[in-house]
Design a protein around this ligand. Sequence first.
Ligand code: T3D
Length: 262
Amino acid sequence: MSEFETLLFTVEENVAVITLNRPERRNAMNSELNRDLVAAFNQVAADETVRAVLVTGAGKGFCAGADLTLFQPIPTPEQIYDTILANYQPMMTTLLAMKKPVIAAVNGVAAGAGASLALACDLRVMADDASMLMAFSNIALVPDAGATWLLARLVGYSRAYEIAIEGQRVRAERCLELGLTNKVVPANQLLEISMAWAKNLAQRPTLALGLTKHALQFAQINDLSATIEYEARLQKQTIPSHDFMEGVMAFMQKRPSHFKGK
Ligand code: T3D
């Protein structure tokens, strides 16, 4: 079992559960937490036995974004720039590149870069008392850690701009209406329902699920023709897989598929 300074990490039935663990600061991010998240994401990406990932927060919140106690004294512009590139860019790109479904189980508030983290997961389940908060404008910053890229793609420009500049909590039910979360569930069942979903996904054809994520990301920034060619390239990877053969055989034999994730 892996040990991280700022995370709890367990694996259960092919699901890795990564829990941000600085509850006294609402799981606010410092460089140790950023570093541990990158290490944990790389570890689960490389582990063939892990076929789905759940990210959640310890205590009353998912993640409050950057640890504001680190802003005293106020950092120089160059320090902020360097921190974003050194700490946040690897965290977000590693997460988005991971070829396995990642679910955020959002307990309490996901604020600032914590909202970016939740939005960078492929799927979100929010507790009915949870919320997202683009906290950046409340401290006179622009959204960062990929927040603009993610938010505008999920809700469109105008709503993204409104959410970013108002700096108000967007409650779980509103997140559901806006497409910022896939499900809203009773707070006391958040982990149970999220885990059940993750365990179910972990029995599906992991390679295809992972590459589907890459195809959708590619499609967002390329034209139809280029996307069809990219899909064809990805299909060259799925066709030789055990799971493709198994899926076709199971269909022919009128039985459930038993996917191995490769
Ligand atoms: O260099 C870089 O890193 C640049 C990158 C920037 C990216 C960013 O994320 S900028 C945005 C930073 N985040 C914020 O501005 C959010 C600040 N926090 C809040 O607005 C609220 O605390 C929350 C909405 C997140 C939660 O509210 P609530 O009422 O549930 O809890 P609370 O009472 O405000 O906070 C509980 C404790 O957590 C409290 O500590 P205490 O008083 O009990 O000792 C509070 O100070 C602490 N806490 C909450 N957020 C942060 C934090 N401590 C450090 N940093 C935080 N971001």
